[in-house]
Ligand binder design. Sequence first.
Ligand code: M6R
Length: 671
Amino acid sequence: MCGIVGFTGRQQAAPILLDGLEKLEYRGYDSAGIAVAQSGVAVHGGVEGAGLTKAYSAQSGSRQTVGAARPDAQEDWQEGTGAASARSVQDGSRMTGAGSAEPSIEIVKAKGRLKVLREMTDDGRSVPGTCGIGHTRWATHGEPSVVNSHPHYAKNKRVAVVHNGIIENYQEIRDRLTKEGFSFISATDTETVAHLLDKYYAGNPIEAISRVMFRVRGSYALGILFADRPGEIYAVRKDSPLIVGRSDQGNFIASDVPAILRYTRDVCFIPNLEIVKLTDREIHFYNVDQEEVEETFSQVNWDTEAAEKGGFAHFMLKEIYEQPKAVRDTVSPRISEGHVNLEELGMSQEDLAKVSRIQMVACGSAYHVCMTAKYMVEQTARVPVDVDLASEFRYRNPVMEKDTLVIVVSQSGETADSLAALREAKKLGYRVLGIVNVVGSSIAREADSVFYTWAGPEISVATTKAYSTQLAAVYLLAIGLGRARGVIDETAEQEMTRELLRLPEKIERILEEKERIQWFANKFSHSKDIFFIGRGLDYASSLEGSLKLKEISYIHSEAYAAGELKHGTISLIEDGILVVGVATQKSLFEKLISNMVEVKSRGAYVLGVTSYGNYSMEDVANYTIYVPKTMECFAASLTVVPLQLLAYYVALGKGLDVDKPRNLAKSVTVE
Ligand code: M6R
């Protein structure tokens, strides 16, 4: 998903923007760009020259200075009649304005990795100025290209814009503006915003932004520069995340905390539909009616190392290794003297006892947590649990009982479908509980109760530690509900909480054996298809194992409830195909073994994942991975670890970019 960074302060902006964009690389992107306000004095001197030389050697990029001083610059660029040297740049063009005493905005954009933008700008040094905005683009409207990359700007060069989200009515606005004489150069929805701002701007940025908000539909987080207001950044958001950070050196906007963690921990998640004005020393918030409003800042307790690789080859591996700590941090504060404490939910024991049904909604891996929760909560609390994909729930006009508790699970707290599902549930009058990792995120703010998972920042697109903490959160809720409803007694609660507190150490033991998984993964890194089978809780774990594998290794994979095999899928089994069988549930163990025999007799190579003690697995499986024994209801927390490692090492064996799988974004903030 696109990433936004902005800085205005007492240091050069461009290096800070590039640094911040790098921290957002994990979100996925195909091009990047920066816009830096030039105050109007000595804009293009020797420093600029250095940037020019660099830029000409870049493979793909463009650079323009736009502003009141060069009313013809963009027309030149559009028509390809710019400086002759511009033509030597392969994918795009480049133009810089002549020296000027007028304020202007310099924009540099490049297709591909940030490294290209770094080269073009001499690591930001050749774009002077202390106020700017930057963007990594993940193409939605229009192919990945320089012209479609952000920042976008208005024809008369007064405004530059970076955008995350989708302007749904962009075509209608574009048609209207075209009739009015505005000309568009990109295929993006964002360019409409630049032109609209230009149209409405008559010296008051807040007014212009507020008018744009009334015109556009969809979701947006916008960072905006006005050429005649050097030193000021404007930002606004609707249903797309954007934060503000403040420090002694200046103020920031960013899509996510890691982008600015190096400079400040003092942040505010911009409330939906609010506009922000930032100068080097001040931050002001306004509502859509242009009235100034007060907002509070909070301290992010994530440390900078948590957002760095810290010696690991990939964030994913580091985050797999952080799981014991993440689970411990999530579980320990909620257990005292063997009792689960759910006070933070703001629900009394009576409220919990009254819950007659639970509706869980989420996307991707978080949905698999819900699948696990269905088995776990139904067994422990005897409350029926329905599970829906958020993208389905939001449109299906659900029929739910009066005392249904809706639980939305999300690492980012910003997933568009999950947020929409939450709003739908609230609109229908249901109480919503969010299980969320990012403090202050949209889901956290809009839910009636929040249960935070303390995983810390998760950078890798493939979730691992956040998943494990979501499972832990679900266990705590199940125990709390079970007690409140009188389904489990104090002894059972004590036994379960004792075991919960032991899970981190058991995860550590699995990690100590990672070489066995690595060795096995190397044998199968060139597979075409890999299947996962399980029953009950193990089926839920299989779904996660399969998703993990396919998203980072690009190997086709499916997970099946093992009993379903005979109803069609078994016809896909052929010689040498890998089938991973997960079997931790005693009552279902023999059944799963039979399913493994069925696939093996049709030529499959079978990997068994089970708990120590279940040694009969070796009678069937070609290779077996054991996890420590635990209570069956918590087994998913252990079996998922070898499955994560399997996915990681298979992808590594294929030489893939594990942390940034193709076509994927960390946080899916558009529908
Ligand atoms: O931030 P969320 O937990 O709401 O994200 C949900 C999914 O997009 C996410 O789990 C996705 O499936 C991951 N890439 C899986 O590793």
